[in-house]
Ligand binder design. Structure first.
Ligand code: FES
Length: 156
């Protein structure tokens, strides 16, 4: 069962401490990848598989996007209203991803066998970090910082 606590809790380790990456790094890397400016060896890793944390839009920031109780452990929910996917890969750990598939922009529509699934061409993404399980997508879903506040998952 999902765990709800009264106190705000950092979820999903949204700080940049773990990667040592600045908040602007994913955007900068995306631009470099798009321009083909990263070297082949480093570019494959940087442009491909890594998770991609970004700041949310002003519209999304501060919004409760799901109730903790609605997000199954080991799975997740697609929240069409906010165009996000909320997952709980381990009990008490919540992740919020942009629901647009990184292949051609279709909205992902379900969680299937522990992966976020895109119906357009079958790409799948890990619920843990949004990285690609199965293509044709080659880049991870965008991930937003989030916290549990009360009984909800809030984008921060
Ligand atoms: S748009 Fe998602 S797999 Fe092509």
């Amino acid at each position: 069962m999902p765990r709800a606590t009264g106190a705000p809790e950092n979820i999903g380790d949204m700080s940049d401490d773990r990667t040592g990456e600045s908040a602007a790094a994913p955007r900068r890397r995306a631009v470099l990848c798009g321009m083909g400016l990263l070297g082949l060896a480093g570019g494959a890793a940087a442009c491909g598989g890594g998770s991609r944390r970004v700041e949310p839009s002003a519209d999304l920031k501060g919004k409760e996007v799901a109730k903790v109780a609605d997000v199954p452990v080991g799975g997740g929910v697609v929240v069409s209203r906010h165009k996000v996917v909320v997952t709980q890969p381990a009990e008490g750990t919540f992740k919020v991803f942009d629901a647009r598939c990184t292949h051609a922009g279709c909205p992902v529509d379900r969680i299937r066998e522990g992966a976020v699934y895109c119906p357009c061409h079958g790409s799948e993404f890990r619920i843990t970090d949004g990285t690609v399980v199965k293509g044709p997508a080659s880049r991870a879903l965008l991930e937003y910082p989030a916290q549990v506040r009360g009984d909800g998952v809030v984008v921060v």
